[in-house]
Design a protein around this ligand. Structure first.
Ligand code: UT7
Length: 320
């Protein structure tokens, strides 16, 4: 048995912010953001929360798959921006959906989170302890941005994507997940500091810090290598892949991966233009977009790949 993606869903906040909107509140420009990243707009939560976006994406994915919440045995949400430290986002989703038979837990793997959730569910399915799972990537990154740091805050957006994974005869051919903690400080955000009667610290909350060029170099080196390795391991060539659904951080990274794999950009759908970088939600929101537009046909082979904080990276090749 393997895992098959049998339904997708996504949700974005209603409030859309253009590059020009940002240029009115900070020293930036549409020209800089678009030419360096490809991003034109992003959606930022004003009324929504990580949980409300995730629940909406989950409901859509269940409907798309024709699966009832009570049929789920596993729920895994990938997030670095849960609304609460506990209970987990996954348990909140379980409660909202009435998924009474599921075991729910979160994964924190930055922008690779959805791939890590997929890989985990795949291992559960292969071991026989899971038949129907819901996996999600959900983020409200705008709450961990320093809105005075133009080098990070213009890049990120909010949103959630979900997929229902069913045990089946065909589907995922291979998944990999990797990490390199030695480069962790390239993209980091501190949690609350130690603060108790014996050790006092100011409780100022930290925001996202990124060494953009280091992460950029890591991405353009690691992503094509990982995709080539995973394809080679199952005897599939890049030419046989219909779509490469990559984490949406920067169009220049995606163009570089396309070039290194010798594949046309038409095979690399985008949602960063509209949504910016939504971390763990990038891959599943884009997957939902192409699925709902009918751009993937049964039997097509597709690649999913994520990379980001940790540093972490992951990829999957599957038959739709
Ligand atoms: O999802 C997690 C993974 N994250 C990524 O994959 C991000 C990877 N990195 C990148 O995408 C790029 O490195 C960035 C888009 C973050 C930055 O692009 P860059 O070409 O590496 O620009 P830079 O950081 O070298 O900055 C160039 C200039 C600087 O000015 P000086 O020092 O050359 O005068 C910055 O101060 O651009 C300036 N700058 C800005 N200017 C206008 C930085 N941010 C902005 C801004 N608007 N928002």
């Amino acid at each position: 048995m393997t895992g098959r993606i049998c339904g997708t869903g996504s949700a974005l906040p209603h409030f859309r912010v253009t590059n020009d909107d940002l240029s009115k509140i900070m020293d930036t420009s549409d020209e800089w953001i678009k030419s360096r990243t490809g991003i034109e707009t992003r959606y930022l939560a004003t009324e929504e929360t990580t949980t409300s976006l995730a629940v909406e994406a989950a409901r859509q994915a269940l409907e798309n798959a024709g699966v009832e919440a009570a049929e789920l045995d596993t729920i895994i949400a990938a997030t670095v921006t849960p609304d609460k430290l506990f209970p987990t986002l996954s348990c909140e989703i379980q409660n909202a959906l009435g998924a009474v038979n599921a075991t729910a837990f979160d994964i924190s793997a930055g922008c690779s989170g959805f791939l890590f959730a997929l890989n985990t569910v795949q291992a559960y399915i292969e071991s026989g302890c899971c038949k129907k799972a819901l996996i999600l990537g959900a983020e409200v990154l705008s709450k961990i941005m320093d809105w005075e740091d133009r080098s990070t805050c213009v890049l990120f957006g909010d949103g959630a994507g979900a997929a229902v994974i069913c045990a089946d005869e065909t589907g995922i051919l291979k998944c990999v997940q990797r990490s390199d903690g030695t480069k962790g400080m390239a993209l980091h955000c501190y949690n609350r500091p130690v603060n108790n009667p014996y050790k006092k610290n100011p409780v100022d909350l930290d925001y996202t810090h990124m060494n953009g060029q280091e992460v950029y170099k890591f991405a353009v080196r690691t992503v094509p290598k990982t995709i080539s390795e995973i394809l080679g391991s199952v005897g599939v060539t890049p030419d046989e892949i219909s779509l490469f659904i990559l984490h949406q951080a920067n169009i220049r990274i995606i163009e570089s991966v396309a070039k290194r794999l010798n594949q046309p950009m038409e095979k690399f759908p985008l949602n960063l233009t509209e949504c910016g970088n939504i971390s763990a939600a990038s891959v599943p929101t884009l997957l939902d977009k192409v699925n709902r537009r009918g751009l993937i046909k049964k039997g097509d082979k597709i690649v999913l790949a994520g990379f980001g904080a940790g540093l972490t990276w992951g990829a999957a090749v599957l038959t739709w």
